[in-house]
Ligand binder design. Structure first.
Ligand code: NAD
Length: 335
């Protein structure tokens, strides 16, 4: 009998419950024993608890240290920034990790892409410091600190070292934002000098976009501030076939929340249309974080095997629904 875990489950809104149930089924089929503690966050939490981010949900993540999270809806125009941005800030989940890789049978413009986006999560223009100076003039403050920049750079280099990655590219716009991005680069350089075995280079963010679409294979680990990371993560998902397949993790000292890149796609809720691959692969990242390397590897292999058989959801040109697809992965795991 293997170890058993108590973990927080945030099913989320829209397609969230379907993709999270699919991920939980697959994790169970891999033989990992999890007692899920379900909590609400986002629109359903607002409905049931009168708050988009109830204290109970935060307490559960703090207690269990690890959560699997479906996408949540942030209602528009209610003065609340974004549930996700807030969650990362409140729990100090300072690093987002997004591995971007091709999967078989998923058509895309490129093959053999294998890069990782490391994004700082707690500051930059997402600090939420905006105000109107005078009518018709607003200011949004870009906050960059030495502490947060050094911390994310250390995270990126440690990840590279632990995962056999060869190169870290710091993405910036220090030619224009000389102070803020300049400080970020200074911190990156300092950390890079402590990791001589890992190649380090710097690239201006616009050139990074160009280079990514011209030749994504030149990249290994991409290290960046919050806003650039948000934008470039989606661009990178597009390099390998879309947001239905790219997993992610938000990691801090006190906990980690594993979630897909995509949103809650409210129009498709309850229709068995969503591709659960991204959340299943986020579950794989979660299992690796827990030290369940064997189960993680077997799930990855099962996903690949099922895709190779041509079994996939409609967004990838297939015809099966969320349940049938995840059922096929479970059967593959139990063969
Ligand atoms: P979205 O990702 O929900 O949907 C955009 C499009 O992507 C959809 O129309 C659909 O065609 C496709 N898509 C998304 N997920 C898919 C899946 N699993 N399988 C197949 N196709 C998929 O983005 P949006 O419409 O901009 O946002 C909807 C809501 O999600 C908003 O409230 C937003 O705040 C929220 N959101 C949440 C997260 C999160 O919780 N991590 C991330 C992004 C957006």
């Amino acid at each position: 009998m293997g170890k058993s875990y108590k973990l927080t489950l945030i099913e989320g809104d829209g397609i969230g419950p379907e993709v999270s149930q699919a991920a939980c089924r697959v994790i169970a089929a891999a033989g990992v024993l999890v007692e899920w503690e379900p909590v609400l966050l986002g629109a359903r939490a607002q409905e049931w608890h009168g708050s988009l981010m109830p204290e109970e949900a935060l307490a559960s993540i703090r207690r269990n240290k690890v959560a699997l999270k479906g996408p949540v809806t942030t209602p528009i125009g209610e003065g609340f920034p974004s549930v996700n941005v807030q969650l990362r800030k409140v729990l100090d989940l300072y690093a987002t990790l997004r591995p971007v890789r091709n999967l078989p049978h998923v058509s895309s413009r490129y093959q053999d892409v294998d890069l990782v986006v490391v994004r700082e999560n707690t500051e930059d223009l997402y600090a939420g410091k905006e105000h109107e100076v005078v009518p018709g003039v607003v200011e949004s403050l870009k906050i960059i600190t030495e502490v947060a920049s050094t911390r994310i750079a250390r995270f990126a280099f440690a990840y590279a070292a632990e995962n056999g990655r060869k190169k870290v590219t710091a993405v910036h716009k220090a030619n224009i934002m000389k102070l803020s991005d300049g400080l970020f680069l200074e911190c990156c350089r300092r950390v890079a000098s402590q990791h001589p075995a890992i190649e380090y280079n710097e690239l201006i963010v616009d050139n990074t976009c160009l280079q990514l679409v011209m030749d994504p294979l030149q990249f290994d680990v991409l290290l960046m501030e919050n806003l650039y990371g948000d934008i470039i993560s989606d661009l990178c998902a597009g390099l390998v076939g879309g947001i239905g397949i790219v997993p992610g993790a938000n990691i801090g000292k006190e906990g980690a929340v594993f979630e897909a890149v995509h949103g809650s796609w409210p129009a498709a809720a309850g229709q068995d249309l969503a591709n659960p691959t991204a959340l299943i692969l986020s579950g794989v990242m979660m299992l690796r974080h827990l030290g369940e390397q064997d189960a993680a590897r077997r799930i990855e292999q099962a996903v690949v095997a099922v895709l190779r058989q041509g079994v996939c959801t409609r967004d990838l040109g297939g015809s099966v629904g969320t349940k049938e697809y995840s059922g096929a992965i479970c059967r593959e795991l139990q063969r």
